[in-house]
Write a protein that binds this ligand. Structure first.
Ligand code: ZN
Ligand code: ZN
Ligand code: ZN
Length: 385
């Protein structure tokens, strides 16, 4: 679970920067999808499709940034001149057109897109730019670029899976420290522990912290609890769900620890955690190629429901992950999409008893031909600290 991503990463991807063959290959596949869907030109502004195709993550500025990608001609990246030093040029992938402060960038984009009858635009393009473009491209039909780029982004390539694995290993090391008792809990506030987790996420090599949920005792019953002034006591569950972005790709892990001897935990907590653990492992095992996303959700939910906790599992089993902390495919009832090799997503069932306690167990998993590959492997048990 995440509280949503804040702004974009301050730096562009390190792993993929300069790998122009990767971007050229992606552009080729995007053009094939454009041909299939009858789209003449793709217009991408801020958002993650742009770095996916060009290696450049635009700042969300009022100054226009736009990749103009015609199906049958060279791509052009139109950027504010002052941003040019941040762009790694990729000859053969895109041409760069920096615009000066007194120029009209919308007219430049319109000139590059003129003649296109069907144009796909990114979801995150600011409305003001589209509103300015519309009268300059009369007669064009508009579609959503997500239908073109989304299915490609969902299938992670080798370099992307390596980046997810590196980010996963980094948060695993933090979770291991937590389970070893080397991150003190009792007597500290949730906010204080959250700040320490955030510092460790950066120290482990992430560029950005996306969230660091710390929820103690009854607060853990709120899945997206905001870490606050609640002081952590002995003999209670502390739920920690944290992650960031490292080399352009996200981590996301949840582990619960018990502040005391687990053997002294209330029987219902030990019982519920055993059910949660079994449900999470069952869902991971169910995440095979060709399985529907909803079947993975059902694998976890059936176990939790059979144990009598069904009404306390109040969210979907997981979400896709990649450049964004939450993206397609969603592991949820109603999503019949079959898993394919390269799909990356969380498996994070939870049980939340309002006013008393809550628990969640989360790993990132990548679907592969040889079976599901977890990006997290740190101890899944409820560890006493
Ligand atoms: Zn999470
Ligand atoms: Zn979430
Ligand atoms: Zn998650």
């Amino acid at each position: 679970m995440s509280k949503g991503t804040p702004g974009p990463a301050p730096s562009v991807s390190v792993t993929l920067t300069g790998m122009s063959h990767v971007h050229l290959d992606r552009l080729t596949r995007v053009r094939a999808a454009m041909t299939e869907q009858g789209i003449d030109t793709l217009l991408l502004s801020v958002g993650h499709d742009l770095p996916y195709l060009t290696g450049y993550e635009a700042m969300p500025l009022e100054r226009l940034t736009m990749l103009v990608l015609p199906r049958d001609a060279d791509a052009t990246l139109v950027i504010p001149r002052l941003e040019a030093p941040r762009v790694t040029e990729m000859p053969g992938v895109f041409d760069l057109v920096p615009w000066g402060e007194t120029e009209d960038p919308t007219a430049i984009v319109a000139g590059l897109a003129r003649g296109a009858s069907t144009i796909a635009v990114g979801d995150q393009m600011w409305a003001r730019f589209l509103v300015e473009l519309l009268p300059q491209l009369p007669g064009a039909t508009y579609r959503r670029a997500v239908d073109v780029v989304g299915p490609l982004r969902m299938i992670k390539d080798r370099a992307e899976i390596d980046a997810l694995a590196a980010a996963g290993a980094a948060v695993d090391r933090i979770a291991a420290e937590l389970q070893a008792g080397r991150i003190p809990l009792v007597g500290r506030t949730e906010a204080d522990v959250s700040a320490e987790l955030s510092a460790r996420i950066l120290a482990e090599g992430h560029d950005v912290v996306n969230f660091a949920i710390v929820a103690a005792g009854e607060n853990a019953a709120s899945p997206h609890h905001h870490a606050g002034s609640r002081v952590i006591r002995t003999d209670e569950i502390v739920l920690c769900d944290f992650g960031g972005t490292m080399n352009g790709y996200c981590s996301d892990i949840t582990r619960c620890v018990f502040t005391g001897d687990v053997a002294s935990a209330a029987p219902e907590i030990a019982d519920a955690y055993a059910v949660l653990h079994e449900a999470q492992q069952a869902a991971v095992a169910a995440a095979t190629i060709g399985a529907a996303c909803q079947d993975v959700d059902r694998a976890a939910r059936e176990i939790i429901t059979a144990a009598g906790y069904g009404e306390y599992f109040v969210h979907r089993t997981g979400h896709g992950i990649g450049m964004e902390a939450h993206e397609d495919p969603y592991i949820v009832e109603g999503n019949a999409r079959p898993l394919a090799a390269g799909h990356a997503f969380s498996i994070e069932p939870g049980i939340y008893v309002s006013g008393r306690w809550g628990m969640r167990l989360e790993d990132i998993v990548v679907a592969a031909n040889d079976g599901p590959v977890p990006m997290n492997s740190v101890d899944h048990r409820l560890v006493g600290v």
